[in-house]
Design a binder for this molecule. Structure first.
Ligand code: SF4
Ligand code: SF4
Length: 246
């Protein structure tokens, strides 16, 4: 799944969202970013290119989630919809909580949050530049006015469910912008502000980080589960096979 985020081809990104670097420039910049661990897969692909690689501006932040801590209350979904659209409509939430009524803890809940992919397939797929990388924050986001509704971005997302969603009311695609643009919330959002979903989650199941998380098959390798309660329950913070850290 992670491999689908890797597309260091020159054709892929639109001109204003990519920088063409020499290999030396890329290596230098990459080292400064300190992203070697998480981008291990990318490095292998990128360095095979003969003379040039494409660098896409990284997001300034990422959402981490832990379904073991999630109570399934969907407050995050309501907050996301409310702050962006002024209504609590689950279908408009950019974070998606799904519950299996026949499932048992800890496999009964899943959280689908945008990973702000290092090589965003949604951005690459957009023919109009509507889906783009915000220059100020690096957040992958949609300019609704440029969206022609082809939904290529929705289909291009490598994750299931797609983290890019169709806004059926306004007829354009949308995705998590880390609350960069929240017309119905009187707070500064984005990587340097607050995220509504994180703010309302009373369980601490959603956290924000500025560090590019290490990727695994199951999601980000992150520890949101420190503390004696989780240790006592036998669910400490260590990522587990088939776990739900995201
Ligand atoms: S639906 Fe809109 S944002 Fe998505 S690829 Fe098409 S034009 Fe771009
Ligand atoms: S960070 Fe903001 S836009 Fe992203 S899922 Fe949370 S509430 Fe929605």
């Amino acid at each position: 799944m992670v491999d689908k985020n890797i597309n260091p081809t020159e054709e892929a990104a639109s001109a204003d969202q990519k920088g063409t670097l020499s290999r030396r420039q890329f290596l230098t910049g990459f080292g400064l970013l300190g992203g070697g661990l998480a981008l291990g897969g990318l490095v292998g692909g990128a360095f095979l290119l003969p003379d040039q690689v494409v660098a896409i501006q990284a997001s300034d932040g990422y959402l981490l989630v832990d379904t073991k801590k999630c109570a399934g209350c969907t407050s995050c979904m309501m907050a996301c919809s409310l702050t962006h659209h002024g209504e609590t409509n689950m279908s408009l939430s950019r974070i998606q909580i799904t519950q299996d009524p026949f499932g048992k803890f800890p496999d009964d809940i899943s959280i689908a949050q945008c990973r702000q992919c290092p090589y965003p397939s949604c951005v690459e797929a957009c023919p109009t530049g509507a889906m783009h990388v915000d220059k100020a924050t690096g957040v992958r986001t949609v300019d609704a006015d440029k969206c022609v509704g082809c939904e290529r971005c929705v289909n291009a997302c490598p994750f299931t469910p797609s983290r890019t969603l169709w806004n059926f009311e306004e007829k354009h695609s949308q995705k998590c912008d880390l609350c960069k643009d929240t017309p119905f919330w009187d707070e500064d959002g984005g990587p340097d502000g607050k995220r509504a979903c994180e703010e309302v989650c009373s369980m601490g199941a959603i956290k924000f980080t500025k560090e590019l998380p290490v990727q695994s098959e199951d999601g980000y390798e992150a520890d949101l589960r420190t503390g004696t309660v989780w240790d006592t329950l036998g669910f400490d913070g260590a990522p587990k096979s088939g776990g739900h850290l995201g």
